[in-house]
Write a protein of this length. Sequence first.
Length: 255
Amino acid sequence: MSTVAERESTQEILPLERWIDVIAQLLHGVRHVAVGASSPIPGSGALLARALSEVDSASSPTRVSILGSRTHNAFTNGGVELFDMAATGRIDAFFLGGGQIDGEANINLVGTGTYPRTEVRWPGSFGSAYLYHLIPRVILFREEHSRRVFVPRVDFVSASSIKRDADYRPGGPFALLTGLCLFRFNPVKRRFLLQSIHPGHSLEEVNDQTGFDFDLAQDMGQTPDPDTKRLALIRGRVRHEIAETYPHFASLLKA
């Protein structure tokens, strides 16, 4: 007869739980991470990073600011304060996505087709270009991994990854997490590096669904599952904390 611990260890890991764990790893050592609106998965990853930092004697606790939250947000003026803190170096990590993302990590949040007569229109760039330039560790997150999203070149550059020698740019792309895999970004080559592939997927599938070329990490492998401790935090504390802002999303996580 199996023990409770053995049954828990073999319990199926949800893709959501794996993505949350990967995000927390990408945020290791960060002092302050801000999370924009409509971002339950990045928000959960940030909350897991905070929970882990509180028991890590080698680092300071991670501060988390989630726009739209009353509990996990010390901002008094929303986006205005977010931009001010980014400009003064008080935010270390942030998340961006895009309707299109290309192999140089340029982002398109405007639409497809020739601007201004775009065939498909998206919400707009908002402050993405500003934050992309100023926040040191910008993590790109897009669950859908397809050639519709990951294109050779974006139709419109909402936020550019380019850093010219004369530019003051402490920020830029750090990693790209998708529903299939995790890429790191090489700022010198301005190319993505495939770091790991999520369980149930293959390199052939990643190649087939990606519209840009990328490099392979020497230690590329399978994205690991969260260990018992981290999984317990995701299904317990993190699930409870994210429910304050995203109750429906929290209901998708295992209790």
